[in-house]
Design a protein around this ligand. Structure first.
Ligand code: MIG
Length: 745
């Protein structure tokens, strides 16, 4: 990121004020600053004579209620004021600074360079406070706090990624900054290859956001806390739907179960061994020569019968779909798509082809709405035989025989009517594939909540799909890395996420599987998956001790389903993450900002996975601001200290925040085994002891018409107080079994 040829935007020459917008023509470009809401300001800048069409795949909310904002045009500075933000626009040279109405500086253009261009690149140099910490950035391995590091947004299939990898499958150029008294977020809405440099060594005094091309377009979020910033970001880019309740259960996968018989065997083993499980996956080998939307006639001759048998055992089946369509004119999807012009072409007008699993493939242009609509109905046959959800893989897109492992950047894309090249469309290719899939499921099964899982994504993906973190490895360090990775993804608008439990490539061991299953039970998405050619890693494959441990923790996950479901509801409601870094709940405890080997599940559970071989105890940091109960012994500890927690192989340290009511259910083996008309309430007394319960039918959209129940719970003077906030769900729990836990120390 050398900036020898950097052209700053220069001085303001003319200015126009419209409502809540200030537009300036500068020496080297045009800038538009718009207040969308009290805490959200958008900045656009271009070196062209005017802005391009206002279009973004990421943005869900484009109409904002009228806002009272005041613009003041002083001799040196223009000020745009809302209830939460003061934007000071210095005219010469142009610099934009954001502060709070009471005068606290949040962030702004760095004095010497500000915003501007180097050839086609757009760049923002921003002030960096010594105390500032950075989070977010979507799916990123590496430290929880991104300060001092740099990262790249360019969807990449990197099966050997490590803690140090900069570009992964998902691009969410959204950062969260926090320091005492100052919290903000920036969503840098640019789909070209983008780099964030958070004061990495050569730029210690400022930080830099840079994209290879495109307009400079960012949203600045100000809030009184990190949660407020995250909720504002998720208001702009949208929230996830409530998933079907079964998607919260344990899921089993392997690349690839090779036949219907093998799938049924695996399912039978789960039931026989009484290990709870809800979902089983068909990876690529169910297809006929890897042709999407087909079944292998030899190994999966009767998919409908297979799925019926699975349903009898209360299993659901999810099948994988890749974007590459085998280039084979005898194959109907290829022939039909070519006839209708649905696939990407080279600049010379010939079909673009690239190699993936089926051999030579053509690729749908998912940025074209007509193509998305054409793609959708191909899912019908899968749904008709009973497939319950769709797994979108390889959609970065991964293309093996081209440099960089993806398609060349000059391939033209329709981009919803604004023809462009792959250079701009790359990071939204997978997003639009998942979107096409989601829209198809909604259309084909209008009364069922869709379940879509995707590997590649861009900001806003939560409106269409959950995200799993791709090809990790069966290594201890990858179990460790999945914590900060999923925490930052959760903070970036995608609360429903998780890694391959047990690890994808390489061979798992019994100890690693035990530890990973213990941890995975507390991630929003809980799926054991591994690669072809690796050792089997179903929960029973490492002998009785590991099997028992897996069963216990998977069962605990199911017992916690009412608590989990609450959290999914919160996430769908306002973007609140399901798994949370310590500082989300305890912002005043400075120590919590660095902790990345623990996390909070909701407000009440503190999860401390063991990610070290041979460890039989571990240090657990208990955040200051609460007391904590050891989940196992019910012993109470003060917060603001490390405790050494015993962790024999069959125990993962878990703590409960004092003052919690955790809704739970009896042990069950699949999610809808029994409608929980009786709910167990585990009460962990504290100064103020509260909880709540969200209930709905778990499968349709009836909750959106008010058919849900929301019950607030308080424990006071040895009594439970129940307040019904909403009682629309006919089968809501009728009986509460209260268990008061927690011994005095
Ligand atoms: O080139 O479908 O991340 O989960 O098992 C590998 C086979 C393609 C990558 C996915 C992985 C899946 C595998 N796929």
């Amino acid at each position: 990121m050398a900036d020898n040829n950097f052209t700053g935007i220069g001085n303001a020459i003319s200015l126009e004020e419209r409502d809540t917008t200030v537009e300036l023509v500068c020496a080297h470009g045009r800038v538009r600053v718009t207040a969308l809401a009290d805490g959200i300001v958008r900045v656009r800048a271009t070196q062209a004579s005017d802005f391009g069409p206002d279009f973004s795949y990421a943005i869900a909310k484009t109409h904002w209620p009228r806002l009272n904002a005041a613009v003041q045009n002083g001799p040196k500075t223009i000020t745009l004021r809302t209830k939460k933000l003061v934007v000071a626009i210095q005219k010469s040279p142009l610099r934009i600074a954001f502060s709070t109405p009471d005068g606290r500086k949040l962030n702004g253009d760095e004095a010497t360079r500000g915003i501007g261009w180097e050839d086609a690149k757009c760049r923002s140099h921003r002030t960096l406070d010594p105390e500032e910490k950075f989070f977010g950035c979507g799916e990123k391995t590496g430290p929880l706090n991104k300060r001092g590091s740099k990262t790249t947004f360019w969807n990449t299939d990197d099966p050997n990624h490590t803690y140090a990898t900069e570009a992964l499958y998902v691009s969410i150029p959204f950062l969260i900054s926090t320091r005492p008294g100052a919290h903000y977020g920036i969503f840098w809405d640019n789909t070209y290859r983008t780099h964030f440099n958070f004061g990495q060594v050569e730029n210690e005094d400022h930080y830099i956001l840079e994209s290879e091309a495109g307009e400079l377009d960012y949203y600045f979020f100000a809030g009184d806390s990190v949660p407020e910033v995250v909720r504002a970001y998720s208001e702009l880019t949208g929230r996830m739907w409530m998933p079907p309740r079964w998607a919260l259960g344990f899921q089993q996968s392997r690349w690839s179960y090779g036949s219907a018989d093998e799938i049924l065997d695996v399912a039978t083993s789960f039931r026989k061994r009484k290990i709870p499980c809800d979902v089983i996956y068909c990876d690529i080998d169910y297809m006929d020569g890897f042709r999407v939307f087909t079944w292998n006639p030899k190994t999966f001759p009767h998919p409908r019968e297979m799925i019926q048998k699975l349903r009898k055992m209360s299993f659901r089946l999810v099948t994988i779909i890749d974007p590459g369509v085998k280039n084979d004119d005898a194959y109907v999807v290829c022939r039909d798509g070519k006839g209708k012009g649905m696939f990407l072409k080279n600049p010379d007008g010939s079909w673009f082809t690239g190699n993936v699993w089926p051999g030579e493939c053509v690729f749908p242009d998912f940025t074209n709405p007509t193509v998305r609509q054409w793609w959708g109905p191909w899912h019908k046959e899968l749904l008709d035989v009973g497939v319950a959800g769709i797994w979108n893989d390889m959609n970065e897109p991964a293309v093996w025989n081209h440099p960089g492992g993806t398609m060349p950047i000059d391939i033209p894309h329709e981009y919803d009517g604004q023809w462009t090249t792959h250079q701009r469309a790359h990071n939204v290719y997978g997003f639009n594939m998942a979107r096409a899939c989601h829209d198809a499921l909604r259309k084909l099964k209008p009364n069922e909540r869709p379940f879509v899982i995707t590997r590649a994504a861009y900001a806003g993906i939560q409106r269409y799909s959950m995200v799993w973190t791709g090809d990790n490895q069966s290594l201890w360090e990858q179990l460790a890395v999945s914590i900060p990775e999923c925490l930052n993804l959760s903070l970036s608008g995608v609360p429903f996420c998780g890694p391959d439990v047990g690890g994808f490539s390489r061979d798992c061991t019994g100890e690693l599987l035990a530890r990973w299953t213990q941890a995975g039970a507390f991630f929003p998405f809980f799926r054991n998956h591994t690669a072809i050619g690796t050792r089997h890693q179903e929960p029973w494959t490492f002998g009785k001790e590991v099997e028992d441990i897996c069963r216990r923790y998977i069962s605990l996950r199911y017992q916690l389903l009412p608590y989990f479901y609450n959290l999914f509801h919160e996430a769908a409601h306002d973007g609140t993450p399901i798994m949370r870094p310590l500082f989300w709940e305890f912002p005043d405890d400075p120590h919590g900002y660095a902790v990345e080997d623990q996390f909070l599940l909701g407000r009440s559970l503190l999860v401390a996975p063991v990610a070290t071989p041979g460890a039989r105890q571990r240090a657990v940091y208990l955040p200051a601001g609460s007391e904590w109960y050891d989940y196992r012994t019910k012993q109470k500890h003060a917060g603001g200290q490390y405790v050494t927690s015993p962790a024999p192989l069959d125990v993962m340290p878990l703590f409960v925040r004092a003052g919690s009511i955790i809704p739970m259910t009896e042990p069950i083996e699949y999610v809808d085994q029994k409608r929980p008309d009786e709910i167990i309430l585990d009460v962990y007394p504290g100064k103020k002891t509260t909880g709540y319960l969200y209930e709905d039918d778990g499968e349709t959209f009836a909750h959106e018409r008010g058919l849900y129940s929301l019950t607030h719970l308080t424990w006071k003077n040895g009594e439970l107080n129940v307040t019904k906030k909403q009682s629309g769900y006919a089968f809501a729990a009728k009986k509460y079994e209260v268990r008061v836990l927690g011994k005095k120390t």
